[in-house]
Design a protein around this ligand. Sequence first.
Ligand SMILES: [Mg+2]
Length: 432
Amino acid sequence: MSTIVAVDTFDLRFPTSRLLDGSDAMNPDPDYSTAYVVVRTDDDGPDGHGFVFTIGRGNDVQVAAIDTLRSFLLGHEVEPLLADMGGTWRRLVHDSQLRWLGPEKGAMHMAVGAVVNALWDMRAKRAGLPLWRVLADLTPDEIVDLVDFRYLTDVLDRSEALQLLESARDGRQDRAQRLVAQGYPAYTTTPGWLGYDDAKLARLSGEAVAAGFGQIKLKVGADLDDDRRRLAIARETCGPDVRIAVDANQRWDVDEAVRWIKELAAYDLAWVEEPTSPDDVLGHASIAERIAPIPVATGEHTANRVMFKQLLQARGAQVVQIDACRLAGVNENVAVLLLAAKFGVPVCPHAGGVGLCEIVQHLAMFDYVAVSGTADGRMIEYVDHLHEHFSDPVRIDRGRYVAPTKPGSGAQMLQTSMREHAYPGGAAWAAG
Ligand SMILES: [Mg+2]
């Protein structure tokens, strides 16, 4: 048995606002950041790495939230924690005092996600396998053991989830082989940041098509005339066969969203993302009904599995966008994958930021192999920033994610990058 001897946290920030990378209608100047955690043991085994993604100010609050979880791990034997990740998740999420800060939403819930993901990273490294493969090798029983069905059973209970997983069991091996051979579909948001001028939008849109992406995404919602002009540029550059999605990042009220989207419908929109408040389930449903057949996509700010349940029940989301670091880690994302499979709604994960692509690809690949059993209509967001800071950066080949082969979850950042981007003392900040 080995014991957890350290839970180290780091405030790491990247000065992305200097180039307006990541700029959108609600977040004009993000500094992509991570509240980062490393779990260490007293043996020669691998460390577990995890993090919460934030966009700058408040990253210190997120680090402090992770710090409050230290006592759940420090001094504990690690093998029982890793062997029962469902139980570990419940202990962290349902702590009788900490849950007051949510429940199951916000900084505390995301802190649990960072710790849970760090433990999954450690478990995958100990198994010598990439995380997607660790998850895809679990039996249906082991997979449902990861999920807390509390608050879900009116829609999905353990036995129905088991049936879903059993029905996807045939063909797992074929799909895993196909995944390794062909990768998983991606789309790119690289051209579409709101702070980029028209020439940069046109150049990056052209490059995306040439690189083999079948879909790009543009940020919208600040100014209608700008949106029309930018969509015209993108549509002309990409041609009629490349899908173009738009993302309003929660900018509109419900009626305003419907009016605005109708003005843009002529550009043949693949989906409209985050049209309004992420908490407005009925608002999403109303928008979806009134802009049909244009799909509504949401999820990167959806706080927990209960909100996803309601979005699906109300038909407020035709595309589910899980985020590796918004929910409480791998376990809760497995719950959402099961919910989406039950409703037959495609999951197209949110990524970008810093390190989100690296982690969330494992969840989409697990979904393909063991849950939904299909990649039809599914793709993972890709943004071409900050991958060089990770020890196992994502690889894109002809518009598809290449299945990772290295052990772990993809979360591990390079030591040099961690040193340089420590906030506020690191070299990246001293230079600014
Ligand atoms: Mg988005």
